[in-house]
Design a protein around this ligand. Structure first.
Ligand SMILES: Nc1ncnc2c1ncn2[C@@H]1O[C@H](COP(=O)(O)OP(=O)(O)O)[C@@H](O)[C@H]1O
Ligand SMILES: [Mg+2]
Length: 205
């Protein structure tokens, strides 16, 4: 049985995920919560090794289905090795990207049918669902300017990144209770304020 609380941060590179996660962790720790911070793909030895393959800009011949399965393989490992055990201990787990990134990038971006993704996804995440997801929305050009265009995914065409952005927003529309969209054209501090307000509702004063 899960006792902890699982929070994910989603959005394009440069949208401010790392910045917001750092602030959220500090905020929750101040409230006395024990927080585990993880990133996807990665967070375990095996998942980090898979991450290196996924982001290698020399591996241009990677097929879309290979890419999907590598992301899911990395996730299968982190879910069982890190996330579920931490939640069992009652910790707050904060993950930099999770399954909504797969839906947005491999589903909307690569155009792999969402129904196919969900079939494998069930196996990968078992009964685990994020309790709360922040979607950091950013103008594509601004985000890439902030984050750079270095790895295999970031080097994709602007139209790909536009589909991914639209993907995140339409996923959030379907699950408004779990997914909170934040406009990150505002200052990082004003975005953090919004994150804290939402966390207050969950974790109390
Ligand atoms: N709301 C914001 N407004 C302006 N700059 C921001 C904002 N949020 C983050 N940044 C800056 O943009 C860059 C990328 O932020 P980062 O948190 O690393 O994004 P991500 O982890 O999503 O790639 C950093 O230099 C960060 O200081
Ligand atoms: Mg980051």
């Amino acid at each position: 049985m899960k006792k902890g609380y699982f929070i994910t941060f989603e959005g394009a590179e440069g949208s401010g995920k790392s910045t917001q996660i750092r602030n959220a962790v500090a905020f929750l720790e101040k409230k006395g919560r024990s927080v585990v911070m993880l990133r996807e793909p990665g967070g375990t030895r095996i998942s980090e090794a898979i991450r290196a393959i996924l982001l290698d800009k020399n591996l241009k011949e990677m097929t879309h289905v290979t890419e999907l399965l590598l992301y899911l393989a990395a996730r299968a490992q982190i879910v069982r090795e890190k996330i579920l055990p931490a939640l069992k201990k009652g910790k707050v787990v904060i993950c930099d990207r999770f399954e909504d990134s797969t839906r947005a990038y491999q589903g909307f971006g690569r155009r792999i049918p969402l129904s196919s993704i969900e079939q494998v996804n069930c196996l990968v995440r078992d009964s685990l669902r994020p309790d709360l997801t922040f979607v950091l929305d950013i103008d594509i050009a601004k985000g890439l300017a902030r984050g750079g265009r270095h790895d295999r995914i970031e080097r994709e065409a602007l139209s790909f990144h536009e589909r991914v952005r639209h993907g995140f927003l339409s996923l959030a529309k379907k699950e408004p209770k779990r997914m909170v969209v934040l406009d990150t054209s505002k200052s990082a501090e004003s975005v953090s304020q919004k994150v804290r307000e939402r966390l207050e509702r969950v974790f109390g004063q």
